[in-house]
Design a protein around this ligand. Structure first.
Ligand SMILES: Nc1ncnc2c1ncn2[C@@H]1O[C@H](COP(=O)(O)OP(=O)(O)O)[C@@H](O)[C@H]1O
Ligand SMILES: [Mg+2]
Length: 497
């Protein structure tokens, strides 16, 4: 019987018929409030599915209850009302990805906000995607250089790491992240800046800074400002992560800044309360930890068989009154692989970046540092911490001995080295030279106010030294002769007018 040509032909035709479920389900809006819509009559709807309202607006299914689903609006819900027809699409929400996003400002659905033509996607990816499994990953061992001495030397960030930037408002959190982006102008890392619930003017400032400093063409801006619908603000970090994963999964390297996840937590709470989910601690729904854990797990260093790409995350969180032990901050601190804590007191005292050395940590740190930097950075943090302590006690007077004065002078110089104006990155060779000079005492007799000028002069002096060419290209080791050449450069930069 199996030889019957008629039957075989029939089988072949049957095999071609798509046997997916036909989506033909139409419901109606029951109630509508602040960007969240309750829809009745879509029993088959799935979490994360896109639904379309009469008139074309779209929404995202957020929660499923018997008899009704809660849908977050992705567009301003103009012309929607009780009774408006809603259709399932059967599609999970996806976004355009590909090279076309580079140098663009888009909303979380990939729609242009910069007045330029629509993105031509190379593919579409769903916004919620599983994180790479353990066996698909590799150790985090290569640096993301930020150009900030305080980060690269003391709290190095590795490719694939999640390093939280956390502090009170106006303490330089965004500036730290933007500096890291600006420093990729000539690197192989593609940057994603995700603005969640920020003021439009603040976002515009970030974009302008990145543009002025030449990193614009390597950066994608995914913007859901405070004025965007709650649905758009909610999807923003997930959508942008999918865009960045496209880079990671092709063996490329991406850096993503979420500015900020405190505001994302707030919009999650807002939607959950509207959907009448039971509120938990601080009125956040019970899944808030899982929400950010699953987001940040997607940042990873992939193993060689998976192409060796990486996605590094710099999530930002805002705290109030220095309280790191509030609910969302503790969640994020426990999810991330370390935190850079910015301090209002340091900021006010003009130590900028206002990084609190004692509270900050990178759980990858030295493992991801360039060898030469590691060789000179080791003691700096301890020396500086001791200096800060001594400084406190020396205020009471009576500590007059020379050794102590020398240590205080050294500590002051560390503080001056760690201070850096915005968007003035230091290359790794310059950082190595400065820290080597510090350790050798070459900076001890440089007046503090001259250090900033010296830092600026050092770059060109190093670049002019041909013998340092190989070291500049790969600062992986610090041979004695390299160290000597670097110290000579620092001395020359010190004399430079
Ligand atoms: N390293 C720095 N040097 C000088 N000013 C800085 C530095 N970092 C930040 N600032 C300034 O401090 C202000 C607050 O910075 P911002 O990054 O917006 O803080 P946050 O994101 O924590 O609210 C801005 O006006 C910014 O220009
Ligand atoms: Mg900010």
């Amino acid at each position: 019987m199996s030889g019957d040509p008629g039957l075989e032909a029939l089988k072949a035709r049957v095999a071609e018929v798509p046997l997916g479920p036909e989506i033909e389900e139409t419901g109606r809006i029951a109630t509508l409030a602040d960007g969240l819509v309750e829809v009745e009559g879509l029993p088959g709807a799935r979490l994360g599915e896109v639904v379309r309202f009469a008139g074309g607006a779209e929404g995202l299914v957020l929660t499923l209850d018997p008899g009704a689903v809660q849908v977050a609006l992705l567009d301003p819900g103009v012309a929607l009302g009780s009774g408006t027809e809603v259709r399932r699409t059967g599609q999970l929400l996806s976004v355009p990805v590909g090279r076309g996003l580079l140098g663009r400002v888009v909303d979380p659905l990939g729609r242009p906000l910069d007045g330029l033509p629509a993105i031509v996607p190379e593919a579409r990816l769903e916004i919620e995607r599983p994180a790479p499994g353990i066996v698909d990953r590799d150790m985090v061992a290569e640096p993301v250089e930020t150009g900030l001495l305080v980060v690269d030397a003391l709290f190095a960030v590795g490719r694939g790491q999640r390093e939280l930037i956390i502090g009170e408002r106006a303490t330089g959190k965004t500036s730290l992240a933007v500096d890291a982006i600006v420093n990729q102008a000539a690197s192989d890392i593609v940057c994603f800046y995700v603005a969640i619930g920020q003021r439009t003017t603040a976002v515009r400032r970030v974009i302008e800074t990145v543009r002025e400093k030449g990193a614009f063409a390597r950066t994608v801006f995914v913007v859901a400002p405070a004025t965007a619908s709650p649905g758009l603000r909610w999807i923003a970090p997930f959508a942008a992560t999918s865009m960045a994963e496209w880079v990671r999964d092709r063996g490329g390297h991406a850096l993503i800044v979420y500015d900020d996840l405190t505001k994302h937590a707030a919009v999650h709470r807002e939607l959950a309360l509207l959907a009448r989910q039971p509120p938990g601690r601080e009125a956040y729904p019970g899944d808030i930890f899982y929400l950010h854990a699953r987001l940040l797990e997607r940042s990873a260093k992939l193993s060689a068989v998976n192409g060796g790409g990486s996605l590094t995350a710099l999530p930002i969180a805002e705290i109030e009154a220095g309280n790191l032990s509030a609910y969302i901050p503790t969640n994020l601190i426990s999810i991330a692989d370390g935190q850079i804590v910015t301090s209002a007191a340091l900021f006010a005292a003009n130590q900028r970046p206002a990084v609190d050395i004692g509270l900050s940590v990178s759980r990858v740190g030295g493992k991801a540092q360039r060898g030469a930097l590691k060789a000179v950075a080791g003691r700096v943090r301890l020396d500086y911490a001791q200096y800060l302590e001594m400084k406190m006690f020396s205020r009471f007077g009576g500590f007059g001995d020379a050794a102590l004065r020398a240590r205080l002078a050294r500590g002051e110089r560390i503080g001056a080295l760690l201070a850096q104006p915005r968007t003035s990155p230091l290359s790794i060779p310059v950082q190595v030279a400065l820290l080597a000079a510090l350790a050798e005492g070459v900076l001890d007799d440089v007046p503090l106010e001259d250090l900033a000028r010296l830092k600026g002069a050092l770059g060109p002096v190093l670049a002019a030294d041909a013998s340092l060419g190989p070291f500049r290209a790969a600062p992986d080791r610090l041979e004695p002769e390299t160290r000597a050449a670097l110290l000579a450069c620092v001395r020359r930069a010190r004399e430079a007018p």
